[in-house]
Design a protein around this ligand. Structure first.
Ligand code: HEC
Ligand code: HEC
Ligand code: HEC
Length: 459
């Protein structure tokens, strides 16, 4: 057929006025449709097939494009059992409610969401590591999929990605052991994930929540390769633990793992938890070698409870009196981050790295670390770490935590966060700002290696 015969020629001259007019009509139309109240927003009716396809396609393209600039840290190993362990407990309370988990059915409630959250063990293999990272960090708008609570903590998001990678192979028993504190493997797991029974604020329930990650002894759950998944909280001064929990709850210290549990309980319960963990003994092989730590340093466990011994004895950690006690002490060493007196002379003599260039062997690294911890560097305004982090330091101020035996990743991560001014913490956290900024990357690694090596040192 000759097409020309039927062609009706429509000649439209585009002018700015007409384009603007069309835009106005478009906007007015959209407002009218919105105003009419007839748009289907009912989750019950789902989407038309074509809408579902379009939204899914748009989402996949967006994730693919926007994750292109994400670079995996080069020392990251997503098969690391410690990363899987660290993020498993968070999956149980932060994700399983929507996505289910091994042995945990999805609740009938979330199945009625539009879009419904998929079971992730069936989905994760469709995405690259970077794409999973992007979704877990940023969340997905208009779907209910939340963003990571601590945007500063990419290390935590990567740990969650490691967990997602392990998910397809994970059995129900493994999941219960990793995420729910064990002992539940034979029970039927409740649809919708771990219920935080502790919402009623009963101490035992709150403790059971912490124990899923930190263990009843505060030494952190996990054995073998996953042994160092969590920082040790046993035997830290109660005021430090309490003030730290409050800092998480108030968003003054960022952690997607800790902000939710710290916000779940009222301050009186946090106070009780702080006292409980402060009272847990640190076994000698976790606490380090007294000889290495110096004469005053026995075991970095608290011999005297600073709360009970302080003038504010009966006031309690959460009281007003305690808040005053937690205010920065007006001492020069705290403000400047540099101790006066003891140690000053020693600083001047210390070279910045071990005698012959950067340390090469593990022994050199540990030696440099020990020197920083025990003597500091005068020229770089790095006071001896032990001046605050030893038992004597903690007696002076119970907001100075001990470091001996903490996992290496934890120490170096937090020093780097301070270096980038992103750590936050209690009212005293600022004293670490300058100290961390004055440390080189090499020194951070050395001092972290030394403190964590103390855990394994023979008493
Ligand atoms: C309130 C419910 C909810 C919570 C809590 C939640 N998600 Fe989601 N998630 C969703 C929904 C809904 C989608 C589907 C989004 C879509 O298809 O557009 C989704 C999608 C995803 C996807 C992409 C899966 C795919 O193939 O579509 C991943 C990965 C994911 N979530 C991981 C997580 C992780 C990890 C957590 C916990 C840190 C979490 N989600 C917490 C609701 C939730
Ligand atoms: C889902 C796992 C998980 C749960 C549940 C959990 N924690 Fe933690 N906790 C962590 C991780 C991981 C860190 C390290 C955070 C960081 O790197 O900043 C941490 C850090 C802490 C710290 C700071 C340690 C330090 O040396 O500064 C305290 C204190 C703490 N947790 C106490 C608790 C208490 C009390 C509970 C129960 C209410 C609890 N945690 C529940 C995983 C958890
Ligand atoms: C003037 C006292 C002081 C000195 C000196 C000091 N620190 Fe600290 N440090 C603190 C305080 C206070 C905190 C607790 C901050 C908070 O979380 O509120 C802390 C916390 C830390 C933490 C985090 C511990 C945890 O459990 O989260 C690390 C790691 C650390 N310091 C390393 C060092 C190193 C390494 C040195 C030596 C180079 C050093 N500190 C010297 C006062 C000091």
């Amino acid at each position: 057929m000759k097409r020309g015969a039927f062609t009706m020629r429509l000649k439209v001259v585009l002018t700015w006025k007409r384009v603007a007019g069309l835009a106005v009509i478009g906007i007015a139309g959209a407002l009218l449709v919105g105003w009419s109240g007839l748009v289907s927003i009912a989750a019950s009716s789902g989407h038309f097939a074509v809408t579902r396809w379009y939204l899914g396609w748009t989402m996949e393209n967006a994730v693919e494009t926007q994750s292109m600039l994400i670079v995996k840290p080069k020392d990251l190993n997503l098969d690391d059992p410690a990363l899987v362990r660290r993020s498993a407990g968070h999956y149980a309370t932060g994700c399983a409610a929507c996505h289910g988990a091994p042995g945990v059915p999805q609740s009938p409630v979330v199945k009625e969401m539009t879009p419904a959250p998929p079971r992730l063990e069936e989905k994760v293999n469709e995405w690259s590591d970077e794409e999973l990272f992007w979704m877990v960090k940023n969340g997905i708008k208009y779907s209910g999929m939340p963003a990571w609570p601590a945007q500063e903590r990419d290390d935590e998001v990567w740990a969650q990605v490691a967990f997602l990678r392990a998910l397809p192979e994970m059995t129900r028993t493994e999941y219960a052991e990793l995420a729910l504190g064990g002992g539940l493997a034979d029970n039927d797991l409740e649809p919708g994930g771990e219920t935080t029974a502790a919402l009623d604020g009963i101490f035992e329930n709150a403790l059971a929540d912490c124990v899923r990650c930190h263990g009843r002894d505060g030494l952190g759950r996990g054995e073998g390769d996953a042994e160092d998944a969590f920082p040790i909280i046993a035997g830290q001064p109660a005021p430090y633990l309490y003030a730290t929990l409050r800092a998480f709850a108030l968003g003054r210290r960022d952690s997607g793992f800790m902000e939710p549990p710290a916000s779940r309980y009222p301050s009186e319960v946090l106070e009780e938890l702080a006292r409980y963990f402060a009272d847990q003994p640190v076994p000698l092989e976790r606490a380090g070698d007294a000889a290495v730590l110096g004469p005053e340093a026995e075991v970095p466990n608290l011999a005297v409870d600073p709360v009970d011994d302080a003038p504010v004895v009966d006031a309690g950690l959460a009281s007003d009196a305690m808040e005053t006690f937690l205010m920065p002490l007006d001492t020069p060493q705290d403000e400047a981050g540099v101790l006066e007196g003891a140690g000053d002379l020693a600083y001047a003599e210390i070279p910045l790295t071990a005698s012959a260039g950067p340390p090469s062997t593990r022994e050199d690294v540990l030696e440099l670390g020990q020197r920083i911890a025990v003597e500091g560097f005068g020229q770089r305004k790095v006071p001896a770490c032990q001046s605050c982090h030893s038992p004597a330091g903690r007696e002076r101020n119970p907001l100075y935590p001990y470091l001996a035996g903490q996992p290496e990743w934890y120490l170096s991560k937090h020093l780097r966060l301070w270096k980038e001014s992103r750590r936050g913490g209690t009212r005293f956290a600022h004293v670490m700002d300058e100290i961390a900024r004055n440390l080189t990357e090499e020194q951070i690694e050395a001092v972290s290696a030394w403190y964590s090596s103390l855990a394994k040192a023979k008493p």
